[in-house]
Design a protein around this ligand. Structure first.
Ligand code: NAD
Length: 326
């Protein structure tokens, strides 16, 4: 299949490009390169440098590429930044999502895989979280993703869009050639590894008084290759609207668990500073992903903490400056 991968120069999108090509598909990238890296894109894959907020450019690209399916990873993704700059989040994520849908309808492209997030649940009352849990986002990032999710059934009804929404929990790990290079980096595992590489003084642990077994916040980590597997597994099912699937493992790991895994894998001591809770950080976010396992046959077998940290460490050691210079 020809797959238009928006955000294909970003962390997850670039792995999707790599794995889609390896599976025999024909990936094409749409990315503004605002936060992505040209060097992350598999060589030979066409890159359309387009901003999703530019409706005319998105429409022209869709008409030129005419993909069989769109995987929509492109977004702005930082929770704190979304509170400070909601216009950017509703602009890129909601207006950009709307522009993409309009371009798809105009070009007769009827299949979409949408990257959503656990942030749509806000502060869930029941753990592990099922897809039918209340969606009550507590920041513009989560709200912007939920707004796009909520548009999709209307497009399905009006012009026959087939889609699925994947609600990712914490994505981690790397392939041998592609890894996580965000600027700013806010994710725990790469921040810990950057600390070991001397790029930061210490890892700050936000909150040690949560109602969790060791007092630190608990999150559900999924290997980026397992995550992309789900996208490829969904393709044969995209003949109808599929709704939302959680992508996590149900194994919650605390910040202290991650620190121990990083120290174990790297055989180094991680300097840690304990500080207060961050506003808006729920104590635990853990997914019930039964739906993806049963309906798509998804098996996140790479998503052990050791493997995710080990693969990320390999990539960071080999690319201490990320994609800079590539
Ligand atoms: N990384 C995670 O743990 C995680 C968790 C939940 C959901 N997600 C979702 O997964 C998707 C990918 O996340 P990621 O970590 O790879 O992010 P990323 O920042 O690495 O990649 C996003 C890409 O989108 C591009 N982009 C941003 N604004 C754009 C615009 N206006 N027009 C065109 N392209 C634009 C960036 O240049 C970048 O290449 C996002 O939709 C994110 O919300 C990620």
């Amino acid at each position: 299949m020809r797959i238009l991968i928006t955000g294909g120069a970003g962390y997850i999108g670039s792995v999707a490009v790599e794995m889609a090509a390896a599976a025999g598909h024909e990936p094409v990238v749409l990315d503004s390169l605002w936060r992505g890296h040209a060097g992350a894109v598999l060589p030979g894959v066409p890159v359309h440098r387009v901003d999703l907020r530019d409706a005319a450019a998105v429409t022209a690209t869709m008409a030129a590429v005419r993909p069989d399916v769109v995987m929509h990873f492109a977004a702005v993704t930082l929770v704190g930044e979304s509170v400070e700059r909601p216009l950017d989040y509703f602009g890129t994520n909601v207006v950009g999502g709307h522009n993409l849908l309009a371009a798809m309808e105009a070009a007769g492209v009827g299949r979409l895989v949408f990257s959503s997030t656990a942030a749509v649940y806000g502060e869930p009352e029941v753990i592990p979280i099922r897809e039918d849990a209340p969606t009550v986002p507590i920041n513009p990032y989560g709200r912007s993703k939920l707004m796009v999710e909520q548009m999709l059934p209307w497009h399905a009804g009006a012009w026959g869009l087939s889609y699925c929404c994947f609600r990712y929990f914490n994505v981690a790990g790397a392939t041998p050639t592609r890894g996580e290079d965000h600027s700013p980096e806010t994710h725990l595992i790469p921040v810990a590894l950057q600390t070991l590489l001397g790029q930061r003084d210490a890892l700050r642990v936000f909150g040690t008084d949560y109602p969790t077994p060791d007092g630190t916040a608990v999150r559900d980590y999924v290997h980026v290759m397992d995550l992309v597997d789900a996208h490829l597994l969904a393709l044969p099912h995209l003949d109808r609207p599929l709704g939302a699937f959680n992508l996590g493992t149900r194994d919650g790991f605390s910040v202290r668990n991650v620190v121990q895994a990083v120290e174990g894998v790297t055989d180094r001591t991680l300097p840690v500073v304990e500080v207060g809770r961050r506003a808006g950080d729920p104590p635990a976010l853990v997914a019930d992903s039964t739906r993806a396992r049963i309906e798509l046959g998804w098996d996140p077998s790479r998503s052990t903490l050791e493997r995710m940290v080990g693969d990320a460490w390999e990539w960071h050691r080999r690319h201490p400056n990320g994609y800079r210079g590539t």
